[in-house]
Design a protein around this ligand. Structure first.
Ligand code: ADP
Ligand code: MG
Length: 262
């Protein structure tokens, strides 16, 4: 099946990237979209959030060194249609090592190309570290789409402008002419505050073409689920957060025409 690669990248931490990576991936998988979630953050929050151990040798660190292949790092999960490549702390060293290579922006692409070509996955989700360093740039060099998680907070537009200009730069430099901004997901929406509503309105006015219809509410259930190693669907399936991420998965399937398993 055709594979679409999504990078969830952003220069900021704490905006809901990992929460979105986990729950979008499980949401897609539960709608029978064969999905691979790759944790690219050395902090390994997506790895532990899905109940995986950080095992040395389990991440893409070795393949990025020319030892072993990415295909062998793929692990299955409790979800029939979800697979994972975990992260581990070693991945932090990659930030520096990548910079010393000649084709430093396409190292990840080279490692993941066989996985993409295998046709096993309809969606590959890349959860990036909270900085636009080597790992995030490598992810954008291979992705079809950038997904922006944007917290309903003061200065949201400023952060958005920065990441959108990085996409333009990568396209202009022909690092990845195919790269497109897939959409903006507003996260941690607090219906009790005026600020949340104002920020959503602002982003909607600025990029009506990009903002997703689904808005993710701020809920304690979403923040506590990772400590149980569970997605929101397992942790609290009737919570508004589960409803929202389910709806978001559906929106992503429709917007990007993701193929489902027959
Ligand atoms: P990032 O990956 O961008 O650093 P995270 O997804 O780890 O961001 O989120 C940062 C923190 O906010 C985490 O503690 C997470 O559990 C919490 N969080 C994320 N989304 C929500 C939400 N919608 N409601 C409540 N807490 C959230
Ligand atoms: Mg994260």
């Amino acid at each position: 099946m055709p594979t679409k690669v999504f990078s969830i990248a952003n220069q900021k931490g704490g905006v809901g990237k990992t929460t979105t990576a986990i729950n979008l991936s499980v949401g897609l998988a539960r709608r029978k979209v064969p999905t691979l979630l790759i944790d690219l953050d050395p902090q390994a929050n997506a790895t532990s959030g899905l109940g995986f151990e950080k095992v040395p040798g389990g991440s893409l660190y070795d393949p990025l060194h020319g030892e072993g292949v990415a295909m062998d790092k793929i692990q299955s999960t409790r979800e029939k249609y979800l697979s994972v490549i975990p992260s581990e702390v070693d991945l932090a060293a990659i930030e520096m090592e990548l910079g010393q290579k000649e084709d430093y922006l396409v190292q990840l692409k080279q490692v993941l190309q066989p996985v993409i070509d295998s046709g096993k996955f309809s969606a590959i989700i890349l959860d990036c570290p909270p900085a636009l360093g080597m790992i995030s740039m490598n992810s954008l060099a291979l992705a079809d789409y950038l997904l922006v998680a944007l917290q309903c907070e003061y200065l949201a537009l400023e952060g958005l402008g920065q990441i959108l200009s990085v996409v333009e730069q990568l396209k202009e430099a022909e690092v990845n002419p195919n790269l497109a901004v897939g959409g903006i997901l507003m996260t941690m929406y607090d219906s009790r505050t005026k600020l949340s509503k104002e920020v959503v309105d602002e982003v909607r006015n600025y990029r009506p073409d990009l903002i997703f219809k689904t808005i993710i509410p701020r809920t304690v259930r979403l923040s506590e689920a990772p400590s149980f190693g569970k997605s929101i669907f397992e942790h609290a399936r009737l919570n508004p957060g589960a409803f929202a991420y389910g709806k978001f998965a559906k929106e992503v399937i429709e917007r990007f025409k993701l193929e489902k398993a027959s």
